[in-house]
Design a protein around this ligand. Structure first.
Ligand code: GLP
Length: 260
């Protein structure tokens, strides 16, 4: 695992976007796993900017989002499909048919999850998986108790997640369930790239990166991944014990020269 501490949220989001852009340039047919949430908004803004100014080409990129709320159709402004259209898809030259999210309105959720897993597989698997982390420790919507080998399925959102995401639903009740790719599915991606920002993530970041691997904190499963890069800002890094060592690695390793 590589842990990179950037001085602020802007720089952390820019570096995340740069790593994605480099991956797209290296493999124009990249299969890219995408995440939603407030954290990713800036990353998508940078990607849209790289497309507009530096001709970053998404025409052959294929995307798979991690999750979608059960019961929300694509046209609902609170759905993740809507979020993705708003924040990324309509700003770049990605082909609509190459963008995938689970269908939260499917009448048979089990077959929908199966279909999604099979589609990822038949697309060659995810090359680069972008991840945020929820305060419950979730990646995607893999809430506490999610098996480390879990696959795409419908889950019940935890009280912590409902409290965290209720702001996007105002007065109305938010969905209590979501479809999420599994922890096991995420671990099969060739590379994982996690971004966490702000002091409200400090505790969960420390648990996920330096704590024991546990199904109670799904993000801790990333410790098992052979190529996982985690980017945090100073605030999200606040509770990490080995900060100085991570800084030294970033300063010393030649791989990071272009990103310092
Ligand atoms: C959301 C999504 C996750 C996201 C996480 C963090 O609910 N299901 O994919 O990474 O929670 O959200 P935020 O960036 O708003 O803190």
């Amino acid at each position: 695992m590589e842990i990179i501490i950037q001085e602020n949220a802007e720089r952390a989001a820019r570096m995340t976007a740069k790593l994605i852009a480099d991956a797209v340039r290296e493999k124009p047919t990249l299969v890219l796993g995408l995440a939603t949430g407030g954290t990713m908004e800036k990353v998508y803004e940078f990607l849209a900017e790289f497309h507009a100014k530096d001709s970053l080409d998404f025409s052959r990129v294929v995307t798979f989002n991690l999750d979608e709320y059960v019961g929300l159709p694509a046209e609902d402004p609170r759905s993740y499909r809507y979020y993705m259209e708003e924040h990324l898809f309509r700003h770049v030259n990605i082909k609509p048919e190459n963008t995938h999210l689970p269908d939260g309105t499917a009448s048979d959720l089990k077959s929908e999850c199966q279909r999604y897993e099979e589609l990822i597989k038949s697309s060659g698997g995810v090359d680069l998986q972008l991840l945020g982390v929820g305060r419950s420790g979730h990646i995607g919507f893999n809430e506490p108790l999610s098996a480390l080998r879990s696959r795409t399925r419908a889950t019940t959102l935890s009280p912590v997640t409902i409290e965290q995401n209720q702001i996007y639903f105002g007065e109305s009740a938010m969905p209590s369930r979501a479809i999420t790719v599994g922890v096991g599915t995420i671990l099969e991606s060739r590379r994982c790239l996690m971004l966490a920002l702000g002091k409200q993530k400090a505790a969960v970041v420390a648990k996920a990166l330096e704590g024991p691997i546990s199904s109670m904190i799904s993000a801790s499963a990333l410790q098992l991944h052979p190529h996982c890069t985690v980017i945090v800002d100073e605030e999200a890094a606040a509770d990490l014990k080995e900060k100085e060592y991570y800084r030294l690695i970033f300063k010393t390793e030649p791989d990071w020269e272009a990103y310092r």
